[in-house]
Design a protein around this ligand. Structure first.
Ligand code: NAD
Length: 358
């Protein structure tokens, strides 16, 4: 906890429903901590703890750089969801979330479905990512895709002075929920699309609908394109792929694209490739659930996502000015915002006591 600066970590255990979970609250300077609950068969409690500490810290910076009044939190349930997951376990987990009184707000993550969230909701109000029919925000992917699309426009403006993507060659790795919605927007704007996916059927359908040129899954990073959009898995930018890249910029939705944050962001900079920090440009999903907290409205979620466009340009500018990579600049700007607001809190708390003394 001290190493990563965590505020609170709670271990949850109930033998009756076979629940073993950890809730990590990293930092609540900007607001209540929000982050998904991951249900995963960790090999050990230590492995689960490291994961939840790392993920909750990541949420702090994602919320901070996206201009949201949220802190960073995350939780993990230890075990195989296919074996252990049931209503009683999920509701018991919901009771633990409730016991934190809103310090941590949970959401969907790997191994947990929208339906599972409805069981957690039976025990606590501190839940987001509920189905639309329950007043929730539903699938966040179209909002995430919108943020990535705007980030491509901001990046292209930075590189060429124009934000139009007409005629720009863009390759999408992964035509899943985000990649597909992104392809649709880019096609409408007149971009020239290439894509790869593990599903041949998905690629065929994309070729038919959006004139996408299919690329083999192991060839995606070697294509001469203007923009590469990793929208499948993490760690795809590493010491074996980066030397082969033939693109001007990387703008994609996947989480943790850099295998080694420091070394790989440096490698990209040395190759003259502009890298849009993933944790800023894929924040549309977080913005979507944040909007749910005040009564969901998709138009408001999309409008709020437009913040990412300017925030990304600010990151590029800060990177140039400070002589660092955009990834480092985004981390620094996030930390600076937290520090600035922390200072504000201290001043606010001191003022009334000073007045009462007078
Ligand atoms: P998804 O599971 O719907 O889609 C992933 C797609 O990638 C699938 O079509 C899959 O076949 C393809 N794929 C997987 N491995 C591949 C490979 N090696 N080569 C080519 N294609 C491959 O996921 P999604 O919701 O679209 O999310 C995509 C990425 O964006 C993930 O990394 C996710 O963590 C991140 N993300 C998503 C959201 C969101 O709102 N959905 C928000 C933030 C970040």
């Amino acid at each position: 906890m001290a190493e990563m600066g965590h505020q609170q970590v709670m271990f949850c255990y109930d033998a009756g429903v076979s629940l073993r979970a950890i809730i990590a609250v990293h930092d609540t300077t900007l607001g209540p901590s929000l982050g998904g609950v991951r249900f995963w068969p960790y090999q050990s409690e230590a492995e689960a703890l490291v994961d939840v500490l790392r993920l909750s810290r990541g949420m702090t910076y994602k919320a901070a750089i996206s201009g949201l009044n949220l802190g960073g939190g995350k939780s993990v349930i230890i075990g195989d969801p296919l074996v252990l997951k049931n209503e009683a376990l999920l509701r018991r987990f919901g009771q633990f979330v409730e016991s934190l009184n809103g310090l941590y707000i949970t959401a969907e993550d790997m191994g947990v479905s929208v339906k599972d969230m409805t069981y957690i909701r039976m025990e606590t109000r501190h839940v987001t990512g509920l189905p639309e029919e329950m007043g929730g925000s539903g699938d966040p992917s179209p909002v995430t895709a919108y943020g990535v699309y705007l980030s491509m426009k901001a990046t292209w403006k930075k590189l060429t002075g124009t934000e139009s993507l007409q005629g720009v060659r863009i390759l999408i790795q992964g035509l899943g929920k985000v990649g597909w919605a992104l392809a649709e927007r880019l096609y409408q704007e007149g971009a020239v699309l290439l894509a790869t996916d593990l599903s041949a059927a998905q690629l065929e359908e994309a070729a038919r609908r959006y004139k996408v040129q299919a690329v083999a899954p192991d060839e995606w990073y070697k294509q001469p394109v203007d923009i590469l959009a990793p929208c499948a898995r993490g760690a795809v930018l590493n010491e074996s792929t980066i030397p082969h890249l033939q693109c001007a910029a990387i703008v994609g939705s996947a989480n943790n694209q850099l295998a080694d944050e420091e070394a790989d962001s440096q490698r990209l900079a040395e190759r003259g490739i502009l890298y849009a920090p993933d944790f800023l440009i894929n924040a549309g999903g977080l913005i979507n659930v944040y909007t749910e907290l005040e009564g969901y409205n998709r138009q408001r979620a999309l409008a709020r996502t437009e913040y990412i466009y300017q925030a990304l340009l600010d990151v590029y500018q800060a990177a140039e000015k400070r002589g660092i990579t955009p990834h480092e600049a985004a981390m620094q700007l996030a930390q600076e915002r937290i520090r600035a607001i922390a200072g504000l809190r201290v001043r606010t708390f001191h003022q009334p006591s000073a007045l009462s003394l007078a």
